[in-house]
Design a protein. Structure first.
Length: 302
Protein backbone atom coordinates (compact mmCIF):
# COMPACT_ATOMS: atom_id res chain seq x y z
CA UNK A 1 0.00 0.00 0.00
CA UNK A 2 1.66 3.21 -1.24
CA UNK A 3 -1.28 5.64 -1.19
CA UNK A 4 -4.83 5.89 0.09
CA UNK A 5 -6.69 7.16 -2.95
CA UNK A 6 -9.79 4.97 -2.70
CA UNK A 7 -10.80 1.77 -0.91
CA UNK A 8 -11.12 0.00 -4.26
CA UNK A 9 -7.29 -0.10 -4.28
CA UNK A 10 -7.08 -2.00 -0.96
CA UNK A 11 -7.77 -5.64 -0.19
CA UNK A 12 -10.11 -6.62 2.62
CA UNK A 13 -7.04 -7.82 4.57
CA UNK A 14 -5.30 -4.45 4.13
CA UNK A 15 -8.40 -2.68 5.46
CA UNK A 16 -8.52 -5.04 8.45
CA UNK A 17 -4.81 -4.45 9.15
CA UNK A 18 -5.41 -0.69 9.19
CA UNK A 19 -8.35 -1.14 11.57
CA UNK A 20 -6.23 -3.30 13.89
CA UNK A 21 -3.46 -0.71 13.91
CA UNK A 22 -6.04 2.04 14.54
CA UNK A 23 -7.35 0.10 17.57
CA UNK A 24 -3.80 -0.24 18.89
CA UNK A 25 -3.01 3.47 18.41
CA UNK A 26 -6.27 4.38 20.15
CA UNK A 27 -5.33 2.12 23.07
CA UNK A 28 -1.87 3.66 23.29
CA UNK A 29 -3.24 7.20 23.25
CA UNK A 30 -5.83 6.42 25.95
CA UNK A 31 -3.14 4.82 28.15
CA UNK A 32 -0.52 7.54 27.68
CA UNK A 33 1.85 5.25 25.76
CA UNK A 34 3.93 7.41 23.38
CA UNK A 35 3.96 6.33 19.73
CA UNK A 36 6.27 8.73 17.83
CA UNK A 37 6.36 6.66 14.63
CA UNK A 38 6.69 9.72 12.39
CA UNK A 39 9.31 11.75 14.26
CA UNK A 40 10.94 14.19 11.84
CA UNK A 41 8.33 13.62 9.08
CA UNK A 42 6.17 16.33 7.53
CA UNK A 43 2.64 15.88 6.20
CA UNK A 44 1.25 18.52 3.83
CA UNK A 45 -2.52 18.99 3.91
CA UNK A 46 -4.03 20.65 0.86
CA UNK A 47 -7.62 21.88 1.10
CA UNK A 48 -9.78 23.31 -1.68
CA UNK A 49 -12.97 22.58 0.31
CA UNK A 50 -14.00 23.34 3.90
CA UNK A 51 -13.26 20.90 6.73
CA UNK A 52 -13.45 20.63 10.51
CA UNK A 53 -12.88 16.96 11.32
CA UNK A 54 -10.41 16.09 8.57
CA UNK A 55 -8.28 19.14 9.14
CA UNK A 56 -8.12 18.93 12.92
CA UNK A 57 -7.80 15.14 13.18
CA UNK A 58 -4.95 14.96 10.65
CA UNK A 59 -3.16 17.89 12.27
CA UNK A 60 -3.50 16.52 15.81
CA UNK A 61 -2.73 12.99 14.61
CA UNK A 62 0.54 14.09 13.04
CA UNK A 63 1.57 15.85 16.24
CA UNK A 64 0.72 12.74 18.31
CA UNK A 65 2.91 10.69 15.95
CA UNK A 66 5.82 13.08 16.53
CA UNK A 67 5.61 14.60 13.04
CA UNK A 68 4.84 18.03 11.65
CA UNK A 69 1.56 18.96 9.93
CA UNK A 70 1.61 21.69 7.31
CA UNK A 71 -1.74 23.16 6.26
CA UNK A 72 -1.84 24.31 2.62
CA UNK A 73 -4.80 26.20 1.22
CA UNK A 74 -5.48 25.67 -2.47
CA UNK A 75 -6.13 29.41 -2.81
CA UNK A 76 -2.67 30.30 -1.52
CA UNK A 77 -0.70 27.86 -3.66
CA UNK A 78 0.20 28.41 -7.30
CA UNK A 79 -2.04 25.41 -8.10
CA UNK A 80 -4.94 27.84 -7.43
CA UNK A 81 -3.56 29.98 -10.28
CA UNK A 82 -3.26 27.07 -12.67
CA UNK A 83 0.15 25.50 -11.96
CA UNK A 84 -0.27 21.92 -13.19
CA UNK A 85 -0.87 19.12 -10.68
CA UNK A 86 2.05 17.24 -12.29
CA UNK A 87 4.49 20.00 -11.36
CA UNK A 88 2.99 20.62 -7.93
CA UNK A 89 3.34 16.90 -7.19
CA UNK A 90 7.02 16.83 -8.16
CA UNK A 91 7.85 20.00 -6.22
CA UNK A 92 6.04 18.99 -3.02
CA UNK A 93 7.72 15.57 -3.19
CA UNK A 94 11.06 17.36 -2.70
CA UNK A 95 9.93 19.01 0.57
CA UNK A 96 7.44 16.86 2.44
CA UNK A 97 7.01 13.16 3.29
CA UNK A 98 3.32 12.77 2.54
CA UNK A 99 0.35 14.77 1.25
CA UNK A 100 -3.30 14.67 2.22
CA UNK A 101 -5.65 16.39 -0.24
CA UNK A 102 -9.32 17.35 0.02
CA UNK A 103 -10.71 18.56 -3.27
CA UNK A 104 -13.38 18.12 -5.94
CA UNK A 105 -11.98 15.83 -8.63
CA UNK A 106 -10.78 12.31 -7.85
CA UNK A 107 -8.33 12.79 -10.71
CA UNK A 108 -6.29 15.25 -8.61
CA UNK A 109 -5.16 12.78 -5.90
CA UNK A 110 -4.72 10.14 -8.61
CA UNK A 111 -2.44 12.52 -10.57
CA UNK A 112 -0.51 13.61 -7.47
CA UNK A 113 0.20 9.92 -6.81
CA UNK A 114 1.17 9.33 -10.43
CA UNK A 115 3.56 12.26 -10.81
CA UNK A 116 4.89 12.69 -7.27
CA UNK A 117 7.04 10.32 -5.24
CA UNK A 118 5.42 10.59 -1.80
CA UNK A 119 2.32 8.89 -0.32
CA UNK A 120 -0.95 10.64 -1.22
CA UNK A 121 -4.02 10.42 1.01
CA UNK A 122 -7.51 11.26 -0.22
CA UNK A 123 -9.15 13.41 2.45
CA UNK A 124 -12.40 13.56 0.40
CA UNK A 125 -13.22 14.10 -3.23
CA UNK A 126 -16.61 14.29 -4.95
CA UNK A 127 -16.18 10.57 -5.63
CA UNK A 128 -14.78 9.01 -2.44
CA UNK A 129 -14.16 9.57 1.28
CA UNK A 130 -11.94 6.62 2.29
CA UNK A 131 -10.64 8.10 5.57
CA UNK A 132 -14.19 8.58 6.82
CA UNK A 133 -15.20 5.05 5.93
CA UNK A 134 -12.16 3.56 7.70
CA UNK A 135 -13.34 5.43 10.82
CA UNK A 136 -16.88 4.15 10.22
CA UNK A 137 -15.70 0.54 9.93
CA UNK A 138 -13.62 0.98 13.09
CA UNK A 139 -16.68 2.30 14.93
CA UNK A 140 -18.93 -0.51 13.71
CA UNK A 141 -16.35 -3.07 14.92
CA UNK A 142 -16.22 -1.36 18.32
CA UNK A 143 -19.99 -1.58 18.73
CA UNK A 144 -20.65 -4.93 17.07
CA UNK A 145 -17.37 -6.79 17.64
CA UNK A 146 -17.13 -7.73 13.94
CA UNK A 147 -17.97 -6.62 10.42
CA UNK A 148 -18.42 -9.95 8.64
CA UNK A 149 -22.07 -10.90 8.30
CA UNK A 150 -23.55 -7.54 9.35
CA UNK A 151 -26.02 -5.58 7.24
CA UNK A 152 -25.21 -1.91 6.57
CA UNK A 153 -27.93 0.30 5.15
CA UNK A 154 -27.31 3.76 3.69
CA UNK A 155 -30.19 6.19 3.16
CA UNK A 156 -29.93 9.18 0.82
CA UNK A 157 -27.59 10.55 -1.80
CA UNK A 158 -25.35 8.12 -3.71
CA UNK A 159 -22.41 10.43 -3.02
CA UNK A 160 -18.78 10.05 -1.91
CA UNK A 161 -19.92 8.46 1.37
CA UNK A 162 -22.26 5.99 -0.32
CA UNK A 163 -19.51 5.08 -2.79
CA UNK A 164 -16.85 4.46 -0.14
CA UNK A 165 -19.24 2.69 2.25
CA UNK A 166 -20.33 0.32 -0.49
CA UNK A 167 -16.74 -0.62 -1.33
CA UNK A 168 -15.50 -0.72 2.28
CA UNK A 169 -18.54 -2.61 3.52
CA UNK A 170 -18.46 -5.27 0.82
CA UNK A 171 -14.68 -5.74 1.09
CA UNK A 172 -14.97 -6.39 4.83
CA UNK A 173 -17.78 -8.94 4.55
CA UNK A 174 -20.85 -6.82 5.20
CA UNK A 175 -24.03 -6.79 3.16
CA UNK A 176 -24.72 -3.27 1.87
CA UNK A 177 -28.14 -1.91 1.01
CA UNK A 178 -28.50 1.59 -0.43
CA UNK A 179 -31.75 3.52 -0.70
CA UNK A 180 -31.46 6.51 -3.03
CA UNK A 181 -34.00 8.32 -5.20
CA UNK A 182 -33.89 7.31 -8.87
CA UNK A 183 -31.01 9.11 -10.58
CA UNK A 184 -29.09 9.62 -7.34
CA UNK A 185 -27.50 6.18 -6.96
CA UNK A 186 -23.79 5.43 -6.41
CA UNK A 187 -21.23 5.89 -9.19
CA UNK A 188 -21.05 3.40 -12.05
CA UNK A 189 -17.53 2.31 -11.03
CA UNK A 190 -18.93 1.39 -7.60
CA UNK A 191 -21.99 -0.40 -8.99
CA UNK A 192 -19.70 -2.40 -11.29
CA UNK A 193 -17.60 -3.39 -8.28
CA UNK A 194 -20.70 -4.29 -6.25
CA UNK A 195 -21.92 -6.52 -9.09
CA UNK A 196 -19.10 -8.86 -8.07
CA UNK A 197 -20.88 -9.46 -4.73
CA UNK A 198 -24.17 -11.12 -5.75
CA UNK A 199 -26.67 -11.31 -2.90
CA UNK A 200 -24.60 -8.90 -0.79
CA UNK A 201 -25.52 -5.61 -2.46
CA UNK A 202 -28.87 -4.01 -3.03
CA UNK A 203 -29.78 -0.63 -4.56
CA UNK A 204 -33.40 0.41 -4.14
CA UNK A 205 -35.51 3.57 -3.94
CA UNK A 206 -37.47 2.06 -1.03
CA UNK A 207 -35.99 3.14 2.31
CA UNK A 208 -37.82 0.45 4.31
CA UNK A 209 -36.52 -2.37 2.11
CA UNK A 210 -32.99 -1.04 2.57
CA UNK A 211 -33.37 -0.68 6.35
CA UNK A 212 -34.95 -4.09 6.94
CA UNK A 213 -33.02 -5.91 9.70
CA UNK A 214 -30.02 -3.58 9.31
CA UNK A 215 -27.32 -3.63 12.00
CA UNK A 216 -25.95 -0.25 10.93
CA UNK A 217 -27.90 2.70 9.49
CA UNK A 218 -25.91 5.47 7.81
CA UNK A 219 -26.91 8.68 6.13
CA UNK A 220 -25.30 11.86 4.82
CA UNK A 221 -26.35 15.30 3.60
CA UNK A 222 -28.66 15.71 0.60
CA UNK A 223 -26.33 18.32 -0.94
CA UNK A 224 -22.58 17.83 -0.66
CA UNK A 225 -19.93 20.52 -0.85
CA UNK A 226 -20.10 22.10 -4.29
CA UNK A 227 -23.82 21.25 -4.72
CA UNK A 228 -25.19 24.05 -2.55
CA UNK A 229 -26.91 25.72 -5.49
CA UNK A 230 -28.95 22.53 -6.10
CA UNK A 231 -30.37 22.41 -2.59
CA UNK A 232 -33.94 23.49 -3.45
CA UNK A 233 -34.27 20.76 -6.10
CA UNK A 234 -32.59 18.22 -3.84
CA UNK A 235 -34.88 19.00 -0.91
CA UNK A 236 -37.75 18.01 -3.22
CA UNK A 237 -36.06 14.94 -4.66
CA UNK A 238 -34.88 13.61 -1.27
CA UNK A 239 -38.08 14.28 0.69
CA UNK A 240 -38.76 11.10 2.68
CA UNK A 241 -35.16 9.85 2.50
CA UNK A 242 -34.77 10.51 6.18
CA UNK A 243 -33.46 8.49 9.12
CA UNK A 244 -36.30 8.84 11.61
CA UNK A 245 -38.17 6.71 14.16
CA UNK A 246 -40.29 4.97 11.54
CA UNK A 247 -37.25 4.08 9.44
CA UNK A 248 -35.40 2.79 12.51
CA UNK A 249 -38.35 0.51 13.39
CA UNK A 250 -37.45 -1.51 10.28
CA UNK A 251 -33.81 -1.95 11.36
CA UNK A 252 -32.69 -4.34 14.10
CA UNK A 253 -33.62 -3.17 17.61
CA UNK A 254 -29.92 -2.76 18.49
CA UNK A 255 -28.94 -1.04 15.24
CA UNK A 256 -26.39 1.75 15.48
CA UNK A 257 -26.62 5.00 13.50
CA UNK A 258 -23.65 6.71 11.88
CA UNK A 259 -23.30 10.10 10.21
CA UNK A 260 -19.99 11.47 8.93
CA UNK A 261 -21.06 15.03 9.87
CA UNK A 262 -21.82 17.84 9.38
CA UNK A 263 -25.50 16.84 9.76
CA UNK A 264 -28.57 18.71 8.61
CA UNK A 265 -31.16 17.94 11.24
CA UNK A 266 -34.72 17.38 9.97
CA UNK A 267 -33.39 16.81 6.46
CA UNK A 268 -31.51 13.48 6.23
CA UNK A 269 -31.89 12.72 9.97
CA UNK A 270 -34.29 13.86 12.69
CA UNK A 271 -32.94 15.56 15.80
CA UNK A 272 -34.57 12.77 17.83
CA UNK A 273 -32.63 9.97 16.13
CA UNK A 274 -29.43 12.02 15.94
CA UNK A 275 -29.46 12.66 19.69
CA UNK A 276 -30.51 9.09 20.53
CA UNK A 277 -27.42 7.87 18.65
CA UNK A 278 -25.03 10.71 19.50
CA UNK A 279 -22.70 8.27 21.31
CA UNK A 280 -22.00 6.33 18.11
CA UNK A 281 -21.87 9.43 15.90
CA UNK A 282 -19.29 11.20 18.04
CA UNK A 283 -17.25 8.01 18.56
CA UNK A 284 -17.23 7.87 14.76
CA UNK A 285 -15.92 11.45 14.63
CA UNK A 286 -13.23 10.62 17.21
CA UNK A 287 -12.21 7.53 15.28
CA UNK A 288 -11.20 9.70 12.33
CA UNK A 289 -8.13 10.51 14.43
CA UNK A 290 -7.19 6.92 15.17
CA UNK A 291 -7.96 5.49 11.74
CA UNK A 292 -6.00 8.23 9.97
CA UNK A 293 -3.03 7.79 12.30
CA UNK A 294 -2.99 4.16 11.22
CA UNK A 295 -2.97 5.26 7.58
CA UNK A 296 -0.16 7.75 8.24
CA UNK A 297 1.97 5.14 10.02
CA UNK A 298 1.34 2.55 7.32
CA UNK A 299 2.25 4.95 4.49
CA UNK A 300 4.92 7.18 5.99
CA UNK A 301 6.86 5.18 8.56
CA UNK A 302 10.35 4.63 7.14
N1 LIG B 1 -16.75 14.14 8.00
C1 LIG B 1 -15.84 15.02 7.55
O1 LIG B 1 -15.04 14.73 6.66
O2 LIG B 1 -15.88 16.22 8.18
P1 LIG B 1 -15.13 17.55 7.71
O3 LIG B 1 -15.76 17.99 6.42
O4 LIG B 1 -15.39 18.51 8.84
O5 LIG B 1 -13.68 17.26 7.54
N1 LIG C 1 -20.93 14.16 1.28
C1 LIG C 1 -20.41 15.23 2.09
C2 LIG C 1 -19.46 14.70 3.12
C3 LIG C 1 -18.87 15.76 4.02
C4 LIG C 1 -17.88 15.19 4.99
C5 LIG C 1 -19.71 16.24 1.20
O1 LIG C 1 -18.98 15.84 0.29
O2 LIG C 1 -19.90 17.44 1.41
Amino acid sequence: MKHLLKLLDLTGDEITELLNLADQLKYELKHGIPHPHLAGKTLGMLFTKASTRTRVSFEVGMVQLGGYPLILSGNDLQIGRGEPVQDTARVLSRYIDGLMIRTFSQQDPEDLAKYGSIPIINGLTDMYHPCQVLADLMTIREYKGKLEGLKLCYIGDGNNMANSLTVGGLKTGMAVSIAAPKGYGPAKEVLDFAAGYPGKFNLTDDIFTAAKDADVVVTDVWASMGQEQEIIQRQKDFAGYQVNTKLMSHAKADAIVLHCLPAHREEEITTEIFEAHAAEIFDEAENRLHAQKAVLVKLMKG
